[in-house]
Design a protein. Sequence first.
Length: 137
Amino acid sequence: MTTIVPVILAGGVGSRLWPQSRALLPKQFIEFPGQNGSLFQNTLARIDGLDALGAPVVICNNEHRFLVAEQLRQQGQNESRNKSQNKNKSAILLEPVGRNTAPAVAMAALRAAQAGEDPVLLVLPADHMILDHPALH
């Protein structure tokens, strides 16, 4: 069975929702009223229970690495610090400089190829609000 690797793009700075969203706390890490968790945490929850799903790969910038690690922990995901650790642990890939979607997806694809597998990547933005979860499955 082919493994599906969720790639969560969490590198944006959320400048359009200022002042609620700021450089150090962009919109994907904010819990909005009426929501259970941040947009990033809701993205993790949406993929929970999908068949053949591998551990998520989260791409973010260096300034948000601790936010990502903490919110992964809150969602019950364990972070892997290197490739030799358990394959079921999520990975955080850091962008040295944000260059939008294509380079981030290329970085995730390169990581998957280096792992020696031939997975399907499920690329998900961390800053979208999707209210109809069953329709996504």
